[in-house]
Design a protein around this ligand. Structure first.
Ligand SMILES: Cc1cc2nc3c(=O)[nH]c(=O)nc-3n(C[C@H](O)[C@H](O)[C@H](O)COP(=O)(O)OP(=O)(O)OC[C@H]3O[C@@H](n4cnc5c(N)ncnc54)[C@H](O)[C@@H]3O)c2cc1C
Ligand SMILES: *[C@@H]1O[C@H](CO)[C@@H](O)[C@H](O)[C@H]1NC(C)=O
Ligand SMILES: *[C@@H]1O[C@H](CO)[C@@H](O)[C@H](O)[C@H]1NC(C)=O
Length: 406
């Protein structure tokens, strides 16, 4: 097998890249990750909610899920602070039921901590991560791909998987430049110690609705929780970096959220560092691959976060891609152009419709959360009461929570 080593260039050491690489290595491939940043960024971003479909993929890596610092979620809660229609809209124990019946439920994690865990797991598996390598272009022949980095260096391998996120240069190299779509919604959020008012409630994804505004909160470990407030605002960049101190103080003191009930005001007032970011997605691509290069994760199908499916869909991509490599190339020898074509086409056939539908559903969900006007808000509240009234209704409207894959 020594001469059959198949070098795979994985672009991006975000969430999808390290996990894909761990699977590739375990199947006998020789993955190398190229990442733009100089190392993991410890204070970037907020949190992710791992869901059953994503966890089923992560569970296949021995020991990985056990090493994640996170918090299992037992409940969903929906509350309204609308003066005209205040109160509990719905509470559901679906996360707990899923975990008890299927072994996987929902887990809240801090994105930076989870990212560190994935990077360490990849390093432990012997996968080289080349930090400070920003892909700027690529060229391919019948049996190789060469990628070029910003500083002038190059790397050549058998095939390339682009896991380089929302602003993917791998995508640009294949399909040309196209701006991401701003959804019209902006989130401001942070991480804080779980406030006294929420300490006695079971771990929950808590949704609070007001006038043209929504807040989501969930625990990310035993002591901390993460929150994000969504509003319609002028375009804000998606940098995942901290807001300046004055902006943060103004948000804490002046926005509507500080006075909200159901713990929402408490978390806003007790958060030191705030992050503000615009929400983006992209229209569905007709194909994710060209020749020996294929996109997965946000590079292929970035989504607004309202279903919490961004990372989970990236893991579904990884799971199926690895299955297809196994099926069409069981020896893990350097695949021919025809073999790769079969693998990438089959991946697209299953994954493009699924992810496109979820991107649309996430947009609709976001729109419904921040409707304007009392009448529209009362209608929204009624819709949430209806959808979340029992498990059957939720299964019908929120199928992504129930489906294992595809
Ligand atoms: C710093 C950061 C913080 C985030 N925080 C949150 C959050 O709090 N909540 C949330 O819902 N989502 C967040 N996201 C997005 C979330 O991680 C993804 O939606 C999801 O997990 C899918 O993962 P991915 O691996 O496809 O993309 P990402 O996790 O975005 O990873 C892409 C990786 O590729 C790297 N990269 C980009 N361009 C190049 C290039 N040209 N060459 C080499 N490498 C490149 C990036 O630096 C990044 O490490 C964040 C993303 C980033 C990058
Ligand atoms: C590019 O950066 C990498 C990593 O920092 C380094 O190893 C390499 O020598 C650099 N190449 C050039 C041409 O500067
Ligand atoms: C929770 O996470 C924070 C960092 O995000 C860490 O400082 C703290 O020790 C963690 N607490 C527990 C109980 O794991």
């Amino acid at each position: 097998m020594a001469d059959a080593s198949t070098k795979v260039l994985v672009v991006g050491a975000g969430i999808a890249g390290p996990v894909l690489s761990i699977f590739l290595k375990s199947k006998g491939y020789d993955p190398v990750i190229y990442e733009r940043t100089d190392g993991p960024i410890s204070d970037a971003g907020l949190s992710l909610c791992l869901q059953p479909n994503g966890l089923l993929v992560l569970n296949k890596v021995p020991g990985l899920v056990e090493s994640i610092d996170g918090r299992s979620i037992d409940f969903f809660g929906f509350y309204s602070v609308l003066p005209e229609d205040k109160g509990t809209l719905a509470e559901s124990d679906i996360p707990k039921v899923l975990r008890e019946h299927r072994g996987v439920g929902l887990v809240g994690v801090r994105r930076a901590a989870f990212h560190q865990t994935l990077v360490h797991a990849a390093e432990k598996a012997g996968i080289p991560i080349m930090w400070g390598h920003k892909l700027v272009g690529l060229s391919q022949g019948d049996d190789y791909v060469t990628v070029k980095f910003e500083n002038g260096s190059e790397a050549t391998g058998s095939f390339v998987i682009g896991c380089d996120g929302l602003h993917s240069n791998t995508r640009t190299s294949l399909f040309g430049e196209e701006k991401a779509d701003f959804t019209g919604l902006v989130q401001t959020g942070g991480i804080c110690t779980i406030p006294e008012s929420l300490k006695s409630t079971p771990p929950m994804v808590r949704n609070v609705f007001g006038h043209a505004a929504h807040m989501v909160m969930y625990p990310i470990n035993g002591t901390q929780c993460s929150w994000a407030a969504t509003q319609r605002e002028p375009e804000a960049k998606e940098t995942w970096k901290a807001m300046n101190k004055d902006g943060a103080r103004e948000f804490r003191e002046k926005t509507t959220f500080a006075s909200w009930d159901y713990g929402a005001g408490d978390v806003v007032k007790s958060t030191e560092t705030l992050i503000k970011y615009g929400l983006y997605d992209r229209p569905e691509l007709a194909a994710w691959h060209k020749g020996r290069v294929c996109l997965i994760g946000d590079a292929a199908h970035p989504t607004s976060p309202h279903l919490g499916q961004g990372a989970n869909q990236a893991f579904e991509d990884v799971g199926l891609l690895v299955e297809l490599l196994d099926k069409h190339n069981p020896s893990s020898a350097p695949p021919s152009a025809a073999v790769l074509e079969a693998i990438f086409s089959e991946l697209e056939k299953v994954r493009i419709p699924r992810t496109a539908a979820l991107v649309k559903q996430a947009r609709t969900q976001g729109e419904s959360r921040v409707v304007d006007g009392v009448e529209a808000c009362i209608k929204r509240n009624a819709a949430y009461r209806e959808i979340w009234k029992d498990h059957d209704s939720v299964a019908k409207h929120m199928s992504h929570i129930y489906e294992d894959k595809q």
